[in-house]
Design a protein around this ligand. Structure first.
Ligand code: ZN
Length: 206
């Protein structure tokens, strides 16, 4: 972003907001473009955000009533291309640990490879009902949950869980987190992973 926060606070965002373009290119080199757009801080659905536009600079200003954040970014950009005018970045593991009401009931909504390929696997499986005890930071998965199934305790990727009570705050917070993770965390993580793999391969070739 070539503008500072001060520049952007002065900038006018009063041009008509363009309608989204129909998605017609199939040979898309950005496989993450299809992830659902959402608030860069809290994962709120983009339809719930107030959007304004500066046509000359092709910049959008987003105001999220859910997390009280205001930010500016080009269309469908990454988080690093955005500037926060109000609010701050979220420490998701700490935020969820503090905000969610524990324990709560959930079920497994995605299967893992081990349940199919490991004959000794006795952990949670797709559609199992579990109790979520707490969440913690995970370098590999972003946030993981400590869950109990029967008498045993396991850790599980938070995104593999769905809160049983659809009307609860827990449900909303976790669905927002999933949306945010897919759009802004997972993509950056996989891009970094691809870069590391490329570097490692180049080192091998030398
Ligand atoms: Zn938000």
């Amino acid at each position: 972003m070539k503008f500072s926060k001060e520049d952007l606070l002065q900038m006018r965002f009063d041009d008509p907001v363009p309608l989204p373009e129909p998605d017609d290119d199939d040979d898309d080199d950005d496989i993450f473009e299809d992830a659902e757009e959402c608030c860069i801080i809290c994962g709120n659905e983009i339809a719930n955000l107030k959007i304004s536009f500066n046509e000359k600079e092709q910049l959008y200003k987003y105001e999220c009533a859910n997390c009280k954040t205001i930010y500016v970014m080009p269309e469908n950009a990454r988080m690093k291309d955005s500037v926060l005018l109000q609010g701050e970045e979220r420490d998701w593991p700490a935020y969820l640990q503090e905000t969610l009401a524990f324990p709560f009931n959930a079920f497994i909504c995605e299967s893992n490879d081990r349940e199919f390929f490991d004959p000794h696997y006795d952990g949670p499986r797709l559609y199992d009902a579990v109790k979520v005890l707490e969440v913690f930071y995970s370098l590999k998965y972003g946030v993981e949950a400590v869950i109990r199934k029967g008498r045993k305790v396991y850790s599980q990727i938070l995104c593999f869980l769905e809160v049983e009570d659809f009307d609860s705050r827990n449900y909303e917070e976790i669905e927002n987190y999933k949306r945010w993770r897919e759009k802004y965390w997972l993509s950056d993580f996989l891009v970094a992973l691809a870069d590391w793999t490329k570097e490692a391969r180049q080192e091998q070739d030398e």
